[in-house]
Design a protein around this ligand. Structure first.
Ligand SMILES: [Zn+2]
Length: 198
């Protein structure tokens, strides 16, 4: 089995991180292994989670986006119908399809480092390898692994201010939105829905 280089931005999850995640999601973040990427302010942005939760439930989204402002921005992009367009491109462009399949395989290899849940052994996240179903999950992988891993997320993330080349903090962004904003909760629900829909 080949060994992957360590996740470039990974760091341990502290008790304070767990509190921030609770505020970000409006519930306890389950199955936390580590923080795979942080916002410019240090808050968790992508959480690395166990493929099997404490209660035994398989949990395929092992790089889970929690950052409210970014979750909201991605939900806004999803609402434009971008995913149907991207899925069509994956179907028609064999080069893109091959790179997207590579992202899928990388996702599974990365997850295998931290455990195994046989029910989801061949299931990655976000619709990979043939469809684009949840940009939050794809963005989670791209932010954790860095550019060049997920070709779809590499196209989508530059559409959002403050994500590249560094993830800047927009946690206090205008329009009165807070960590508990409902839009963020929608995005979190998206990632879970994508799992259940499979
Ligand atoms: Zn921030």
């Amino acid at each position: 089995m080949s060994t992957l280089a360590p996740l470039p931005y990974d760091s341990p999850a502290t008790a304070a991180d767990h509190e921030v995640m609770r505020a970000q999601l409006g519930r306890e973040m389950r199955g936390v292994i580590s923080i795979a990427r942080r916002c410019g302010c240090g808050r968790p942005a992508v959480v690395r989670t166990s493929p099997r939760l404490e209660d035994g439930t398989p949990f395929p989204t092992s790089l889970y986006l929690t950052l409210p402002w970014l979750t909201l921005e991605i939900s806004r992009l999803e609402a434009t119908g971008l995913m149907a367009e991207l899925t069509e491109r994956v179907e028609q462009d064999s080069g893109l399809a091959a790179a997207y399949l590579g992202a899928h395989e990388r996702y599974l290899a990365r997850r295998a480092e931290i455990g195994d849940a046989e029910e989801v052994r061949h299931v990655s996240a976000g619709g990979m390898p043939t469809r684009v179903k949840c940009l939050h999950a794809l963005a989670g992988q791209a932010l954790a692994e860095g550019p060049g891993t997920n070709p779809i997320a590499d196209e989508v993330l530059p559409m959002i201010d403050g994500v590249l080349p560094e993830l800047l903090c927009r946690c206090d962004d205008g329009d009165g939105r807070t960590q508990d904003d409902a839009g963020a909760l929608d995005g979190a629900a998206d990632q879970d829905d994508a799992e259940e829909a499979r």
